[in-house]
Design a protein around this ligand. Sequence first.
Ligand SMILES: [Fe+2]
Length: 556
Amino acid sequence: MKQLNRREFLRLSSLGFGSAVVLNVLGGCAGFTSDRSFETNAQFTHGVASGDPLSTKIIVWTRAISPDGEHATVTVQLALDESFNQPVYEKGLLSTNAERDFTLKFDVINLEPDTTYYYRFLSKDNISPIGRTRTLPVGSVETVKLLTVSCSYYSAGYFNVYKEAAKVENVNAAIHLGDYIYEYGPGTYADEDAVAMNRVMQPEKEIIELDEYRQRYAQTRSDEDCQRFHAAHPLIAIWDDHEVTNDAWNDGAENHSIKEGEFSARRLAALKAYAEWMPIRPPVDKDITSIQRSFIFGDLVNLSLIDTRLAKREQQLSYSTFTEKETGAFDSSAFYSELNRTERELIGKESLETLERSFYYPTKWHVLAQQVLMGEMHLPAPIVSQQISNADYGNLAYKAQTDPDKLTKQEKNILNSPNIPYNLDAWDGYPAERERVLQLYKKYDANLVVLSGDTHNAWMNELFLGQWKIGHEFACSSVTSPGLEKYINTTAEDETGTVQALSGLQYCNLVERGFMTISFTPSDVIAEWVFVSTVKDQNYHVLTDRTHSVRIASHT
Ligand SMILES: [Fe+2]
């Protein structure tokens, strides 16, 4: 028999823990060996998923329902090949029950770094679909490829974007940047085609209680393309607001009233369902209320995930609070004094300290994955207040260039209005906190890449601190949720003008749904946005002429 090296010895030693079996594949002699006679013939109703990969550990997930509706008992198996001819890991007697909505998560340990594994679950005669996953690389790493998605609103369209994202090869990990589900009931938001698509929200009401959140996850995960996406890549997920409710902050939300009960109870119910259904590992013990964590890809990428939504966020400002009801006069000095208040928090002091600790481990790239847009999006006030459309403002600006003498007084007033933050829910509503984060990356002279979701459109921004360029932000479009094209009728023709009008903005797609890949090497990063022709029909194609790539060189 082959001499065991230290790693193999440690792996075999793990046989002493629980009933995990780490199989000696190199000898080629072992098969899967667990005693499976206790299993319950559970049905695997919602596919499989994996997530939060580390160099030797990975979370695997499934949902198993036994015929009697009581607890289900299953076995998980991992192999190096899709046919399971090269088995490497088996653990039996895993169980789940109604207490956790029959979801089952297991942290597989003692795996090899940078290795692709196939996994499946068994319960007597039933076998789950097969998932593919991958551990993180260690040491000197030449390339890392991530894929980002956000905003997968079931009733707004088919998951064509998930289907395409599942086809992408050589992905180290996919990142869901939030709004995996939406809380709305039918008829509230962007579900006008839901009946025709047979995608009406379940339950047919706004979700508030634990069981309702669970039903919404079950419906979303029943979608075959969603399952395909999960089976193809390990997922690193963070929540945004709609996993609880619209425009949430740390102790309230725009879409929550006291008539719906205490916000803290709703939030806890929502996060319990999230913990059950998402293949994530709580960063601190069993605390399901935290998602701040990090993943190290050798010496190349440090990926930090932060919570801009529920952890410390102060309530968003609203222009209406500073606008006189009768006269419509806007108190800009009161507004700016509150907006720029230095104590205004979005992620909080502890998060900043955790981010600072990430520099103890040197990597070429520092990637900050989070929910809302960090780049400045300041637009003319008449557009933000919807006094004038984008297109009409453009026409006025053209008139000012070509025929300035014919501008009326009112038109001149519109053109002379200041630029103000477009979205106070984004980092633009928390400028002091944004400055603290950017100062940190400046202090360590890091190659900063920010990954964002939330807006339902695609963007790339240069991030500035005064005259200093600190890094770049790459924001993906949504899986289904509609973007600016629906609300202010933007078209592809508006994109060049928008990029020219906004300082820092380098690219945008204001029309289509899609995902983004981002590949890192020691010398550069390449982002690629991919879009689909429609989400309203399962007959669709990739809009190859709208695929867009950007390359950024490392500055250190
Ligand atoms: Fe969203």
